[in-house]
Design a protein around this ligand. Structure first.
Ligand code: CP
Ligand code: NVA
Length: 304
């Protein structure tokens, strides 16, 4: 039974698929007005050390839609800013609230919080991974394609936190993932090694973005400089110049391919305006699904 969501690496194939199915059900229930308020009386603390639009608002909305209360905190509002150990914070917060959702830099911090807290902890993005994003994206792909079976996902750009979560998903679910990343910006070797030794997926590191999208059902990109890498933005713009998802690249992919981006997007950098706003882009449906997935997740972790 899933207790926390720290990384997709910790989930089984069945748990991932169940989460996607549950999100699909909750989406239907929300639309039909039959959603059960399973978080009534529950309080969820949201600790955000990095900025957020989608994750913060969709988690807060998920809590409220399920009848619970959300409590948003930034690092500045808490003693995190004065270096209170997370192990202490965990053992205090567990006495007040029912779950912690945290966005921060180090994956180890989220893991430490979970180790010390007796309440569920959810990773809302670290430098290492973004599991809620990729779970919600799987729902989007299932909706648009009808199934997750036999899909090919092309990742174009930085081998970053979101890419790492895609690698775990591909390994666990057993689909094909082509990653086109420039030299020096490949995903973490540990993640690739884990996937190769644990998974059934076909994960390939391909330099050429055109080769990566050949035969792809899904083309995915993300910013070239993630939060915390702002100082490297200029250097990265140069390194990633051949890795923009634009109409030329799309022309090399099957016409059925859908374009995903976790957002926020930098138009004219990792994705062109016309592709982001074009008919193959599903980025706003994708953003919506964060809400449904996180409702399902919170229901699973603390719902009654
Ligand atoms: N995709 C995503 O996590 O967006 P935010 O940074 O706005 O939460
Ligand atoms: N890779 C991006 C994702 C933002 C949702 C970042 O970490 O900034």
């Amino acid at each position: 039974m899933m207790r926390d969501l720290l990384s997709l690496r910790d989930l089984s194939r069945a748990e991932i698929l169940e989460m996607v199915d549950a999100a699909e059900r909750m989406k239907g229930e929300l639309a039909s007005g039959t959603l059960r308020r399973s978080l009534t009386g529950k309080i969820v603390g949201l600790i955000f050390v990095k900025p957020s639009t989608r994750t913060r608002v969709s988690f807060e909305a998920a809590v409220y839609r399920l009848g619970g209360q959300a409590m948003f905190m930034t690092a500045q509002d808490t003693q995190i800013s004065r270096k209170e150990p997370l192990s202490d914070m965990a053992r205090v917060l567990e006495r007040y609230i029912d779950a912690i959702v945290i966005r921060t830099f180090a994956q180890e911090d989220v893991e430490e919080l979970a180790r010390f807290a007796s309440i569920p902890v959810v990773n809302a993005l670290t430098d290492h991974s973004h599991p809620c994003q990729v779970l919600a994206d799987l729902l989007t792909i299932k909706e648009k394609r009808g199934s997750l079976d036999g899909i090919t996902v092309a990742w174009v750009g930085d081998g970053n936190n979101v890419a790492n979560s895609w690698i775990y998903a591909a390994a666990i679910l057993g689909f094909t993932l082509n990653l086109a990343c420039p030299d020096g910006y490949e995903p973490e070797q540990d993640v690739v090694d884990w996937a190769k030794s644990h998974g059934g997926g076909k994960i390939s590191l391909i330099k050429d973005a055109f080769k990566a999208v050949d035969g792809a059902d899904v083309i995915y990109t993300d910013v070239w400089a993630s939060m915390g890498q702002e100082d490297e933005a200029e250097k990265r713009r140069n390194a990633f110049s051949g890795y923009q998802v634009n109409s030329e690249l799309l022309a090399g992919a099957p016409s059925r391919a859908i374009v995903l981006h976790c957002l926020p997007a930098h138009r004219g950098e990792e994705i062109s305006e016309d592709v982001l706003e074009g008919p193959q882009s599903v980025v706003f449906d994708q953003a919506e699904n964060r809400l449904h997935l996180q409702m399902a997740l919170l229901d699973r972790l603390i719902g009654s």
